[in-house]
Design a protein. Structure first.
Length: 488
């Protein structure tokens, strides 16, 4: 007598068919569910109208995730040709026209269907703050001209304004910490150091109660409270500070100037007007403005640093401690991201990862290198930038060490950065996040697990139940849906 194995029995075939059908259905559902959905993106445009130039940033983010930290990224950057908008004081229409090419690029970059819903903001910084002091009427007209260009674009115009130094500092701090996803980390936030052409900002979280209301900003972000110290030094950006330094060294009768902050062999005829055309320096007579002087280098870092110290006033301080010029500053704390010209200059000089002592040695060596060697070694670098790296590097060192009171111990906490996760460090992203309410005060509710994980878990649980069912079926021998086979 021969018995058929249970596998061949009708009962088993029936169970197996249902079992396989159930698995195929489950796998199919899981695949369809987990298929990456076509992402719906949103876009935003910010024009950073700086003193030296304007940059347009296009940001993008997945529409459903706009309140999660780190979700907004930089899609595109367009550098406006020519100088900053404040240089158009005598030809204001040019300021508006200068933006046209980048706005055209934005039209190409953002899908046409999204143009209407894409906000566009323009924020002007220290160049316009200075023009406002110097010639209010022209400043207002420049702002009107840029407004007209933006309003004529297909995007949703949200305003063009001169932002304050506090805003510039605070939004730079928000940008670096948003991109670094630091708002939800236990490790805390990173300070922000921004060096522009006409102003410089320092912003960080301090444990000390901030003693001056002008320097205090409070934020509640993702459920945490932050007390932030910020200060913007107008006239202490890289270009204006050079004017301040030259003003200290130059007398109106001088026909030549020997400058330790420029390389030996460097010699350039410069108009007094180039130094004295700014509200950052004391005015001189029109007569003197039209004269010129021979700017000659003598390449000496120590002497250069001593001359730069003259542009800081360290003597008066009404609070427990100050940085310089009587400005209150608590001791620097934690790590810092140093961007814009802090990065451009220190990156060029290869001094982004060194100790304070080695940075000084590097500067000493660089400043004493003759001008013709510098030009030979860097044939492709813009001569104006090239001539100024010794001055700028020495200024950066002096500002950080003597101005902000960084020491050889915490020098390593300064990270010279250009981008974080593909987005430029700067105030513009933080500005947009704030204006679009993309940073919630409270942490958004997040589901227990991501959607994909949920579907996979469901699949495994169902599979597990089916196996249990199958085992139960086999052991208990339930009636088959097919007529029983005869035992032969
Ligand atoms: O913030 P404000 O003060 O308004 O100025 P900005 O926004 O125009 O200033 P940037 O950060 O764009 O640039 C800071 C300075 O660095 C200069 N700069 C830009 N690229 C540089 C490079 O590659 N090497 C050296 N300097 C550079 C630029 O001319 C400015 O003087
Ligand atoms: Ca800037």
């Amino acid at each position: 007598m021969k018995t058929k194995t249970p596998w061949h029995s009708g009962k088993m075939i029936c169970v197996a068919v249902f079992f396989i059908a159930a698995i195929v259905t489950l796998v199919a559902i899981a695949i369809v569910q987990n298929k990456p959905l076509e992402q719906k993106y949103k876009y935003g445009i910010v024009l950073d109208a700086g003193s030296s130039h304007t940059a347009m940033y296009i940001y993008e983010w997945p529409a459903e995730k706009e309140n999660n930290t780190g979700m907004v990224g930089q899609r595109h950057k367009c550098k406006v040709k020519g100088k900053g908008i404040s240089s158009y004081a005598r030809e204001v229409a040019g300021a508006g026209r200068s933006l046209a090419m980048c706005m055209e690029e934005a039209k190409q970059c953002i899908p046409a269907a999204k143009h209407q819903d894409t906000p566009v903001y323009l924020g002007a910084t220290a160049g316009m703050r200075l023009l406002m002091k110097q010639d209010r009427n022209s400043a207002v007209k420049v702002m009107e001209a840029v407004q007209q260009t933006l309003q004529a674009s297909p995007f949703s115009y949200q305003g063009a304004r001169i932002i304050s130094g506090q805003e510039e500092g605070a939004f730079g701090w928000i940008t670096v910490n948003y991109l670094g996803k630091n708002f939800q980390k236990a490790a805390g936030t990173m300070g922000a150091l921004d060096l522009g052409g006409a102003s410089t900002q320092i912003t960080f979280v301090s444990k000390e109660t901030i003693q001056s209301p002008d320097n205090a900003m409070e934020f509640r972000l993702y459920g945490n409270d932050y007390q932030v110290y910020t200060h913007s030094f107008l006239c202490y950006g890289k270009d204006q500070v050079l004017k301040l330094a030259l003003e200290k060294k130059l007398k109106s009768a001088d026909t030549s100037l020997e400058d330790p902050c420029f390389h030996t062999g460097y010699s350039e005829d410069k108009l007094f007007q180039k130094v004295f055309d700014s509200p950052c320096v004391q005015a001189v007579s029109t007569d003197a403005m039209n004269k010129s002087f021979m700017h000659k280098g003598s390449g000496n870092f120590i002497e250069c640093q001593n001359s730069i110290k003259d542009i800081f006033n360290f003597s008066q301080c009404k609070n427990s401690q100050c940085s310089f010029n009587g400005v209150y500053q608590p001791p620097v704390e934690g790590t810092f991201g140093a961007f814009s010209a802090f990065y451009f200059v220190m990156n060029f000089l290869n001094l982004t990862g060194q100790s304070l002592a080695d940075t000084k040695k590097g500067m000493e060596h660089y400043c004493q290198t003759p001008w013709n060697t510098i030009v030979e070694n860097h044939p492709k670098v813009d001569k104006k930038y090239l001539a100024e790296y010794c001055f700028s590097g020495t200024y950066i060192l002096t500002l950080l060490e003597n101005g902000y009171n960084f020491t050889s111990e915490n020098w390593k906490d300064i990270n010279f950065i250009d981008k974080i996760e593909g987005s430029n460090a700067g105030w513009s992203l933080g500005y947009m996040l704030n204006l679009t309410n993309m940073i919630p005060a409270e942490a958004p509710d997040t589901p227990l697990m991501p959607h994909g994980g949920f579907v996979t878990l469901m699949l495994f649980l169902t599979l597990f139940l089916l196996i249990l069912l199958f085992l139960g079926y086999t052991f208990l021998g339930r009636p088959s849906c097919l007529p029983p086979k005869e035992i032969v």
